[in-house]
Design a binder for this molecule. Structure first.
Ligand SMILES: C=C1C[C@]23C[C@@]1(O)CC[C@H]2[C@@]12CC[C@H](O)[C@@](C)(C(=O)O1)[C@H]2[C@@H]3C(=O)O
Ligand SMILES: O=C(O)CCC(=O)C(=O)O
Ligand SMILES: [Fe+2]
Length: 301
């Protein structure tokens, strides 16, 4: 088992360097002393547990996801399945107009989710600013998440204990967005794929947040950071609840390497595309597919 980098945000001097090193080496790191209140996290987890305890027919009234809503076993529109039920929701306040489509998600859930996603968004923006400072590239990244048109979303996954150990809870994939911020209860299952192709279990830590580099950040750094492949396997004993904030750019944003990061004469490894184009293409793919492949230059794709 390889030690996943731990970034202590109370140690500002070392944090930036550690974050950038972790993004280059793992595309993944753990953050402690993040300043988000335990009570807020516990309140949202408890709202989520209450929802998942509803009778099946009640949960189904807030589904199926298209792409937002309650989903059970089926992940995405292309036949992927897992030992998981979930809520996938937009975190853009203006899309809260869609609330009537989810009649069995109670008002307190929305309220606490709003507070939680805005706290996690701030945390992510701070981490992205640290990355930019360390790389000496202004503040190109956090503005994309802070933007009111940012296309970010939020997911709560519930993996009930499974009679079979190590079955697929959530199949291997990379996240398409810029960066994801994950928090789980104290139950195992998450694994990341290391550079050598082996799977490394991520010890659960309910007091920490895990950050994962997404495909978009891979492109914006011209491959310096790699989006991390990850998956969740089942266990027989504990129910696992995870909450993930996926920080995405506005739909119209052109995704391309940040100019000030490029060396003289360095060319983009990727074709130009907007987040909207990438998202459309991602939603035509199955979970485990290399979604960036068709956007690579000079490849037969
Ligand atoms: C199989 C799929 C589910 C997914 C959309 C996709 O077609 C391919 C990307 C998947 C993923 C992985 C990270 C996030 O959980 C997610 C919400 C995302 O943005 O991309 C899911 C999509 C989903 O569950 O709808
Ligand atoms: O549930 C987890 O711990 C991870 C799930 C995940 O990777 C996702 O929802 O994209
Ligand atoms: Fe993921």
């Amino acid at each position: 088992m390889v030690e996943i980098p731990v970034v202590d945000l109370s140690d500002a001097i070392n944090a930036k360097k550690l974050i950038v090193e972790a993004c280059r080496e793992f595309g993944f790191f753990k953050v402690i002393n993040h300043g988000i209140s335990r009570e807020l996290v516990a309140m949202l987890e408890s709202e989520a547990v209450n929802f998942f305890e509803l009778p099946q027919h009640e949960k189904d009234r807030s589904g199926p996801p298209s792409p937002f809503g309650y989903g059970n076993t089926r992940i995405g529109p292309n036949g992927d399945t897992g030992w998981v039920e979930y809520l996938l929701l937009s975190s853009q306040p203006q899309l809260m107009l869609h609330k009537p489509h989810f009649p069995t998600i109670p008002e307190p859930f929305w309220l606490v989710m709003g507070e939680y996603t805005s706290a996690v968004r701030q945390l992510l923006m701070g981490v992205l600013d640290s990355i930019c400072e360390e790389l000496g590239i202004g503040t190109a990244l956090s503005g994309l998440i802070g933007n009111e048109r940012s296309d970010s979303c939020f997911r709560v996954n519930h993996y009930p204990p499974c009679p079979a150990l190590n079955k697929i809870g959530f199949g291997e994939h990379t996240d398409p967005q810029i960066m994801s911020v994950l928090r789980s209860c104290d139950a195992p299952g998450l694994q990341i794929c290391l550079k050598n192709g082996s799977w490394d279990p991520v010890p659960s830590d309910p007091n920490a947040f895990y950050f994962a580099v997404g495909d978009t950040l891979q492109v914006m750094t011209n491959g310096r950071f790699k989006s991390v492949k990850h998956r969740v396997l089942t266990n027989c004993i504990k129910s696992r609840v995870s909450m993930i904030y996926f920080g995405g750019p506005p739909l119209t944003e052109k995704i391309r390497p940040i100019c000030s990061l490029m060396e003289e004469g360095e060319e983009s490894m990727y074709k130009k595309f907007t987040w909207s184009e990438y998202k459309k293409s991602a939603y035509k793919s199955i979970l485990g597919e290399d979604r960036l492949k068709r956007f690579h230059k000079n490849k037969n794709n």
